[in-house]
Ligand binder design. Structure first.
Ligand code: AR6
Length: 171
């Protein structure tokens, strides 16, 4: 199962995978960070589609087309805003990974790329978030054979180092 995981440094909008995951907000109307980058790279049709969705609750996922992206699908998930750790943040973040992977499988995606959900503007501690990302992904792969590759796209050296360390511990 370990061989299905890739950890790369880079820009998620460049990933040649079936589906990329977006760290969106509940409006699904775009924003900064990875969300802004995905909307810019996909083009304005993405916003036209997500506008019709009527938002998305924290922890859930919604799927759109990828438009000008190499990826066929964008899975929009909404991570929790970090509020100190006692507002169900861990479970909500785990739900993001589980629901995104479930949505990917439902569309027939075999390869999926994730950003580090909630660890930018939403302030979730990076190492804690990475452990949740890895644990949920491992659990999902143990119960689902159809996914062939999961790419964790790390934006910057610090994120990359953390993902590499946590990967060795969890997988
Ligand atoms: N490719 C991969 N990762 C990226 C990219 C990129 N092109 N750009 C940034 N990151 P954030 P959040 C990393 O803030 O914390 C938005 O405004 C970034 O360095 O994008 O879930 C939404 O609309 C960090 O490691 O997402 C929401 O309002 C990670 O992606 C809010 O931000 C997540 O940072 C969501 O906040």
């Amino acid at each position: 199962m370990k061989e299905k995981i890739r950890i790369v440094e880079g820009d998620i909008t460049k990933q040649e995978v079936d589906a990329i995951v977006n760290a969106a907000n509940t409006s699904l109307l775009g924003g900064g960070g990875v969300d802004g980058a995905i909307h810019r790279a996909a083009g304005p049709e993405l916003l036209e589609e997500t506008r019709q969705m009527g938002g998305c609750p924290t922890g859930e996922a919604r799927v759109s087309k990828g438009y000008n992206l190499p990826a066929k699908w964008v899975i929009h998930t909404v991570g929790p805003v970090w509020a100190g750790g006692h507002k169900n943040e861990d479970n909500l973040l785990a739900n993001c990974y589980r629901n995104s992977l479930t949505a990917a499988v439902a569309r027939g995606a075999k390869t999926v790329a994730f950003p580090s959900i909630s660890t930018g503007a939403y302030g979730f501690p990076l190492e804690r978030a990475t452990e949740i990302a890895m644990r949920e992904t491992k659990r999902f792969l143990e119960n689902n054979e159809s996914l062939e590759k999961i790419v964790f796209v790390c934006f910057g050296e610090r994120v990359l180092k953390t993902y590499q360390e946590v990967f060795e511990r969890i997988f």
